[in-house]
Write a new protein. Structure first.
Length: 280
DNA sequence: CCGACAACCTGTGAGC
DNA sequence: TGCTCACAGGTTGTCG
């Protein structure tokens, strides 16, 4: 599902429409997500104003004010493998709910947000404002698009890790937001074989990887993310990055750079794609 | 601590 | 047409 670019694209489109508006009603049609949607969430959210829409890793965060409750807090959403949000701006006609539309957020100016997730690996929980980072977010590594994501620190994070670099790149304690599509894509751009033991990469290659991860994610955000099966942008349209992929999903097809057939292998149960000529 | 794998769940496409 | 199997963008827990 959605990796960092898809969540970022979703956050941006929500941000412009719901920031500063109050949640008038929250409805839950199926609580069975990765963690159950809390039974009291409707009351918890009612009347609160969304102060800020943020993204951390693949989590979408709606910071809310107290709105008549004791204190503020943050609504934490995750789209899992198959989740997406659909935003209906004020005044547009509402189509009927689809199968797997599990949650609805109605805002005071008439905007409606629907959470859709066939596989129900997603998440919707409330974190009261405290001094502590919510547990779900506490163990997360650096944001790849922040300045803190640097060759030196990544090299340090990979120290002693014998697992393939592709798996290490997908470990949220190393760097957040890089999932199965963009791990293969970033390694192609960096010219690094996905099976290379992570600790064997020198600073020069790690620096290339840092740049490649950034470039891959930024390009994907600009393209509106990747739509393979379930993901859609908040207006229901598809992202386009899947058409720009160098290697993901292209087994047997010619490398866009050198023409050699793209290879596929399986690492830790996940499909990996690479070019054996461009990546060493 | 590290790494590999199963599990969570539904849908889809391939092959028979 | 229909059955079975493999596989799909993530995360977490368990086992070696």
């Amino acid at each position: 599902m959605p990796e960092l670019p898809e969540v970022e694209v979703t956050a941006r489109s929500l941000r412009s429409v719901i920031t500063g508006h109050c949640i008038e009603a929250f409805r839950c049609f199926d609580r069975r997500l990765r963690q159950p949607v809390p039974a009291g969430l409707s009351k918890t959210l009612a009347g609160r104003r969304v102060v800020e829409v943020r993204r951390r890793a693949k989590y979408l965060l709606l910071d809310c004010d107290a709105g008549g409750h004791k204190s503020g807090g943050t609504l934490i959403l995750h789209l899992g493998m198959s989740g997406s949000l659909r935003l209906f701006p004020p005044g547009v006609a509402l189509p009927p709910r689809r199968k797997h539309d599990h949650l609805e957020f109605l805002f005071d100016h008439g905007a409606l947000v629907r959470y859709h997730d066939p596989r129900r690996f997603g998440l919707c929980v409330w974190a009261p404002a405290t001094d502590e980072t919510p547990p779900l977010l506490a163990e997360l590594g650096p944001e790849p698009l922040d300045d803190a994501f640097q060759a030196e620190s990544l090299r340090q994070a990979l120290h002693g890790r014998t697992a393939p670099i592709k798996n290490a790149l997908m470990d949220a304690r190393v760097v957040v937001g890089v999932g199965n599509i963009y791990a293969s894509e970033a390694l192609f751009r960096a010219g690094i074989r996905p099976a290379t033991p992570a600790c064997r990469l020198g600073l020069v290659r790690v620096a290339r990887l840092v740049d490649a991860v950034r470039a891959t994610l930024e390009d994907a955000i600009a393209a509106g993310g990747s739509s393979l099966r379930d993901y859609a942008k908040t207006d229901g349209s598809d992202g386009w990055f899947q058409n720009d992929c160098f290697v993901y999903g292209r087994a047997g097809e010619p490398c866009r750079r050198c023409g050699a057939p793209i290879q596929q292998l399986r690492q830790a149960g996940r499909a990996t794609f690479y070019c054996k000529r461009c990546q060493r």
